[in-house]
Design a protein around this ligand. Structure first.
Ligand SMILES: [Fe+2]
Length: 444
């Protein structure tokens, strides 16, 4: 499929990015000299497709409300072969972050990019990789990450990923990093309130303006508060280097908004309140700090989020699907939309049973946790024993795909076989698991 320049202008507008279009190679016109101190959160790229990717940086200024950087994208690390140059506006309204959709790129290709301000001060150089064409038979490698907590320890897992990727053969190197959420933990400890946790030192993340303190936890309630947490996380040098090395495909989880929150209700331990304004603030900061193909239904600006006006109103009535029908709740939830979808297959959380008769979902952390992925006509069951002791629980399977007597093997230990049994109305399989161990089951 060919996508026209006009289509890309439309796409960029939908997700609030400016557009750069790749053309014939040129020599760099910018007077770039690296000043990492002026771009303290580094650079990043996100959501590559075969012909485009979103590029990101942050350049805070002391003066003025808006400045324009120059973005350069090159086919070589030395920037002798520039394929795209574009203005990249940054403004106080977006906390000095910018997003540019670069289009017209070649599939499965590596590019380098950098930003330069009006005085020639430059960001570090980032590297990104476009997705392969749908017809490309070569596999794509990726790593997934989630739940990164700077409070609990620096993010040096990224250092290991980078080290291994640099040593790997080109065909074994990563094409992207999938971030499954909890890019931040919005609940933050200050080291003076809590020195250690699990015997580990508590690291400074941020001071949260306008937040709330619940026990020892500080949590943000305003966009400035969330921004402070993102900046605190992005000061981690390993995270910065990872974002500069690979494109990230990112989705949010709970902590991008609120630890125990749901819809637009903020909840952290004993603290609970309607938080429509908080939900919008969390979405705004996510939008500003993570380059991603997301839509802001309430905004048309290419340069800033334009938060919708909402009020923190109690949410008391819920529709048949459990969605609070308080209007501010709907606006807050819809203020940022992502369209991540499995193109194929379904996923189910599975009921379990200790005795093979009474089935239910897990109620504590001392059980077998199981879920199924159904792809086309096969079921893959993932079972985790969360307990510190051996367990042998029954796990529900799909009765159509895994009938009575079907044999499953553990892909992690192919000698281990399991036979599906009819247990009342459901089919299930009994899976013995050592403490804290895991099985991946599939029909033999
Ligand atoms: Fe998490």
């Amino acid at each position: 499929m060919t996508i026209s320049r006009r289509d890309f202008i439309q796409i960029a507008a939908t997700m609030g990015a400016s557009l750069a279009w790749a053309g014939p190679e040129k020599i760099s016109p910018a007077r770039w000299r690296e000043r990492r101190d002026l771009f303290p959160e580094g650079v990043a790229s996100g959501d590559p497709d075969p012909h485009s990717v979103i590029l990101w940086t942050r350049r805070p200024f002391d003066r003025g409300q808006r400045h324009v950087l120059t973005l350069e994208v090159a086919a070589d690390e030395a920037f002798r072969r520039i394929v795209a140059t574009a203005p990249a506006p940054v403004s106080a309204a977006a906390d000095w972050t910018c997003r540019v959709l670069v289009a017209g790129l070649r599939p499965a290709s590596t590019y380098w990019y950098r930003f330069t301000d009006e005085d020639g001060n430059g960001s570090r150089v980032g590297r990104t990789i476009t997705a392969p064409d749908p017809g490309d038979a070569r596999p794509v490698n990726f790593a997934f990450v989630s739940c990164q907590s700077v409070n609990d320890g620096t993010l040096n897992a990224y250092r290991r990923m980078i080290f291994e990727d640099e040593k790997a053969a080109p065909s074994d190197q990563l094409g992207f990093v999938l971030h499954l959420g909890d890019f931040i933990y919005e609940v933050v400890w200050y080291p003076e309130d809590l020195a250690t946790r699990y015997d580990r030192k508590i690291y400074e993340v941020a001071r949260i303006p306008g937040g709330e303190k619940v026990g020892n936890l500080h949590l943000p309630l305003t966009v400035e508060g969330y921004r402070a947490v993102y900046r605190g996380y992005l000061r981690d040098p390993d995270l910065q280097d990872a974002r500069a090395r690979w494109p990230f495909v990112a989705m949010w989880d709970n902590h991008e908004f609120s630890w125990q929150g749901w819809q637009s209700i903020v909840k952290a331990g004993s603290f609970e309140r309607p938080g429509q304004t908080v939900k919008v603030a969390a979405n705004q900061a996510w939008f500003e700090y993570l380059p991603a193909r997301v839509a802001r239904p309430n905004s048309t600006s290419l340069e800033s989020f334009e938060p919708p006006a909402v009020k923190d109103v109690a949410i008391e009535r819920f529709d048949a699907d459990g969605l609070g029908d308080e209007p501010n709740n709907r606006i807050a939830i819809d203020s940022l939309k992502a369209y991540r979808a499995l193109r194929y297959g379904r996923q189910y959380f599975r009921e379990i049973s200790g005795n093979g008769i009474d089935f239910g979902y897990p109620v504590d952390g001392k059980c077998t946790l199981a879920y199924s992925r159904i792809l086309d006509d096969s079921e893959i069951v993932i079972a985790l024993n969360l307990a510190a002791t051996e367990r042998a629980d029954y796990i529900t399977v799909d009765a159509h795909l895994n009938g009575d007597g079907a044999k499953l093997k553990n892909l992690l230990d192919p000698r281990a076989q399991f036979v599906v049994e009819a247990r009342g109305r459901r089919n299930a399989v009994k899976v013995p698991l050592a403490a804290h161990s895991m099985a991946i089951l599939r029909q033999t």
